[in-house]
Design a protein. Structure first.
Length: 72
């Protein structure tokens, strides 16, 4: 690859083009967007599953602690 200025300039130009195409404005949705309902539903589901996972891990940790106390 070396230090070919032409290739480096082309790389930087294509990178700048990609950044402008996928700017944060392209991803942001207005507050009254219909996608907000979907996002809220997904966030609610993720919270539910994260809470369930945390309870499960706390139960495993508790059992591990009791087992360690019995073995010691």
């Amino acid at each position: 690859m070396g230090n070919n200025p032409s290739k480096q300039q082309n790389f930087h130009k294509s990178r700048m083009l990609r950044q402008s195409m996928f700017s944060s404005a392209a991803y942001s949705q207005p507050e009254d967007s219909p996608h907000q309902d979907v996002i809220a539903t997904v966030e609610k589901s993720m919270k539910k599953y994260a809470d369930n996972l945390m309870r499960f891990l706390e139960g495993i940790s508790s059992r591990g602690s009791r087992f360690k106390a019995q073995v010691s």
